[in-house]
Design a protein around this ligand. Structure first.
Ligand code: TEU
Length: 563
């Protein structure tokens, strides 16, 4: 029904609290800082805020390693601040969803502390423990239960002498994987979700939620360039993942007054699987984050960059549009806290900064699905200009540098070039509020360097400028809210083989919205489709308007509508 599908017409704005706004001068963003800047978010017209983790955490992975699911890290504030945030978000007519990170906990979580202490005690089977490989000295290389590598370099297993076993961690050693096959683990996670919903939150973004069910045999995976195995075949779409998410839907969401937004982050998910997760009748989630389009610029490994063409992007995103059809639902994103900035990645942050930021935004937001804006994207923020390894903060980047350069002898400049291009810190430099010191993010020393381009690229300069990237995002959000074709129209890619034109049509009950975007620095003469020749321009990122002759300047986009 329409009411229960409210999230189809919504736009979501992601806040990564550590980098958003610091209210107390300690150099780290916090909830008070977020509360003070809520009007910036509300001013975009967005419907929902997704808040990245603010829970107590040793911060090994910036909060994606949680040591208490029912509190707030003192760095970010207090539970009272959280209640205030929820109130203030709702007062502005928006909703708020939390990040649910329950594939793993922190190794400092009391659950893990008790699990690691003995094989028979309380919570002994709450994590994934295995004996060493027979015949190899436990705790030495090769004694791990299988050959899997972790996402943050090195083996996915860590030896615990106290217990005489290894535990599995798909990410850092400080992020042990929970054992979802244990019913008490699921019950505790579900109870925590209800606890937050009762506090007023409106749903969850679920971290690597397709990884929660592992093939209990945990077989070796195919070897990769690091010399370790890729275990994803045993955990990316495990035997019980649908069962567990169906149980969650039942226990947590069914029968609540208001309908929640649920979005599952799912690396490696295929279109067929995503449809099963999001099917309007038999699915378990509203939508998933898939990774295909953001993995196009890499060759196997994330650190082996390769060029992407407009045709590659169209082929991938077009396939997802077709696959979700009218039973499933897409999430639409270019950016989040793990991805490089889109204007630097698929756009041109030098010659055509404004035009390419707005052209890419238009293409994304007018696909069928729910769009996500990552903090700073609405300002056209760019990648970090980091020169030295010392500038990087992210555990994924620093661990990769250590293992590749220091252990495997890779070329340091090449590794740095890859980090610069694909590293997650590109997304994590402070939000640029002003041209002043600390970019208006902090009065203190920021935990990660601010981008020097804040002197011209900042919110203060853009907020009241009708020709800004910020103002353009506001128009895109507004178009979605005003025009049902944007939400419900079907999707047809136009001229899929064209090397630089990204064009598509959305149709609903005889109305047609067509997008023609020049994703290149060269002007273009477009062969306009017949139904669009007499159409009205409803949005363009350049000041020219009125009838269109099919000419597109570099990175120009035209959105046309006809009835
Ligand atoms: O990310 C999951 C994930 O698989 C990646 O995209 C990851 O960021 C990495 O780049 C793989 O190369 C989620 C969170 O979004 C991320 O921030 C966390 O570090 C990770 O899970 C672990 O919780």
């Amino acid at each position: 029904s329409a009411a229960s599908d409210w999230w189809k017409s919504a736009v979501v704005y992601q806040v990564y609290p550590r980098s958003f706004a610091d209210s107390n001068g300690d150099g780290v963003g916090d909830l008070r800082g977020l509360i003070e800047h809520l009007d910036h978010i509300a001013g975009l017209g967005v419907d929902v805020i997704w808040l990245s983790p603010m829970y107590p955490s040793p911060q090994a992975d910036n909060g994606y390693d949680i040591s208490d699911y029912r509190d707030v890290d003192p760095t970010f504030g207090t539970l009272a601040d959280m209640d205030e945030l929820i109130r203030q978000v709702h007062a502005r007519g928006m909703k708020i969803i939390l990040d649910l990170v329950v594939n793993h906990t922190s190794d400092e979580h009391p659950w893990f502390q008790s699990s690691r202490s003995s094989r028979t005690g309380e919570r002994a089977d709450w994590y994934i423990w295995r004996d060493p490989r027979p015949g190899v000295e436990p705790g030495t290389p090769g004694a791990e239960p299988n050959n899997w590598g972790s996402f943050f370099s090195g083996p996915a297993w860590t030896w615990v002498p106290e217990r005489g076993q290894y535990y599995l961690h798909l990410f850092a050693a400080k992020q042990p994987d929970l054992n979802w096959d244990c019913p008490e683990v699921r019950a505790e996670v579900f109870a925590t979700m209800r606890w937050w919903l009762d506090r007023g939150v409106d749903g969850f973004r679920m971290d690597v939620i397709n990884f929660i069910s592992k093939d209990p045999a945990l077989p070796d995976g195919p070897l990769t360039s690091t010399g370790l195995g890729d275990g994803s075949g045993s955990f990316a779409y495990g035997p019980r993942v649908h069962e567990y998410l169906a149980e969650m839907k039942d226990v947590v969401f069914t029968g609540r007054d208001a309908d929640c937004l649920t979005v599952g982050e799912m690396p490696n998910v295929t279109p067929e699987q995503a449809l099963r997760f999001t099917d309007c009748e038999t699915g378990q989630l509203c939508m998933v984050f898939q990774f295909e389009h953001v993995d196009l610029d890499q060759d196997g490994s994330k650190w082996a960059p390769r060029p992407v063409s407009v045709v590659d992007l169209k082929t991938s995103l077009g396939r997802w549009q077709r696959a979700m059809g009218d039973r499933g639902w897409n999430s639409l994103y270019w950016n989040n806290h793990d991805q490089p900035r889109v204007v630097s990645r698929f756009g041109d942050d030098r010659q055509h900064w404004y035009e390419s930021a707005t052209a890419l935004a238009t293409v994304l937001h007018l696909h069928r699905g729910t769009p996500y804006i990552y903090q700073g994207e609405e300002l056209g923020m760019t990648n970090a200009p980091f020169e030295r390894i010392e500038d990087f903060r992210d555990i994924e980047s620093t661990r990769y540098y250590e293992t590749a350069v220091l252990e495997r002898g890779a070329d340091a400049d090449e590794v740095l070039a890859a980090l610069r291009r694909k590293g997650r810190d590109n997304a994590r430099t402070p939000v640029q509020w002003t041209a002043g010191a600390g970019a208006g993010f902090t009065t203190g020393e920021p935990w990660i360097p601010v981008n020097p381009n804040h002197v011209w690229l900042n919110a203060a300069a853009q907020r009241d400028d009708p020709a800004s990237v910020y103002a353009y995002y506001r128009r895109l959000v507004d178009l979605r809210h005003r025009d049902p074709v944007v939400v419900h129209g079907d999707f047809t890619m136009l001229q899929p083989e064209h090397p630089t034109l990204y064009a598509f049509a959305r149709c609903l009950d005889g109305a047609r919205l067509a997008v023609y975007a020049n994703l290149s620095g060269e002007p273009l003469e477009v062969d306009v489709e017949l139904p669009d020749r007499a159409a009205t321009t409803v949005l363009t990122n350049l000041t020219t308007s009125g009838p269109w002759d099919g000419h597109l300047l570099p990175w120009e986009v035209r959105v046309l509508r006809s009835d």
